[in-house]
Write a protein that binds this ligand. Structure first.
Ligand SMILES: [Zn+2]
Length: 227
């Protein structure tokens, strides 16, 4: 089996990316980031999903982006609630974490080179998402070029790095259908940006709304739905 690094947040998309990578025959090394996110419950979800995927290893790195702040996910800024579809489809919301996927992919690349793994999986999605610029195909293509220029294994030709984004052009409903087909239990995942102190989802942030609409469109009940 070829080794691959999986960026695993504990959310719906990264878990689905994991089952797709596993079905494609990769041996998974999961990487989760404790970045000072207010929804730290997702790290517990990441541990549950990693166990369910049977990953070869699971590393959780602490890199506290709350020291920079500036995002509703890492600073004392209210998470927007009950935004309309129109609002969610325009502009980049305050839940954007500056350069987050560049930071995360850089760490995944460092881990991958250490493992002699050419393949990195990330569950970005440019269809049902919040307009974040670092979820788009142009960004992923640029990072893949960077990966092959920035590493010893890349410039010496030992590895040709590939950034896999199996969900990038899928609707949320199709992502959920694919995960269910592959046996993923979405009850293990956590999506809410602003859960209560016990981890219960708020039901009103963009992430909760996108998740709810996705399950509704797929015609599948959300096993994590406790609202
Ligand atoms: Zn929420």
């Amino acid at each position: 089996m070829k080794p691959a690094v999986l960026l695993l947040s504990g959310g719906l998309d990264s878990a689905t990316t994991g089952v797709i990578a596993r079905a494609d025959g990769f041996e998974l090394h999961a990487l989760s980031l404790a970045y000072g996110q207010r929804h730290h419950f997702e790290l517990q979800a990441a541990a549950r999903v990693a166990a369910a995927l049977g990953v070869k290893s699971h590393v959780t790195l602490s890199i506290d982006l709350s020291q920079f702040g500036a995002s509703a996910l890492t600073a004392a800024i209210d998470v927007p609630k009950d935004r309309t579809d129109n609002q969610m489809q325009h502009g980049i919301p305050i839940t954007y974490v500056p350069a987050r996927n560049t930071v995360f992919l850089s760490l995944a690349l460092a881990y991958a080179e250490t493992l002699s793994a050419a393949d990195i999986f990330i569950g970005v999605n440019a269809v049902d998402y919040s307009g974040y610029p670092d979820c788009r195909p142009e960004f992923i293509a640029a990072f893949e070029r960077l990966a092959n220029l920035a590493t010893k294994a890349g410039v010496e030709g030992e590895l040709q790095f590939k950034i896999h984004t199996p969900l990038i052009l899928m609707s949320k409903a199709d992502i959920i259908r694919r995960g269910v087909e592959l046996g993923l239990d979405y009850g293990l995942t956590h999506s809410c940006y602003d859960p209560d102190p016990t981890g219960r989802p708020c039901g009103h942030c963009d992430s909760c709304q996108i998740r709810r609409a996705g399950f509704a469109a797929a015609g599948i009940p959300d096993p994590a739905d406790t609202i």
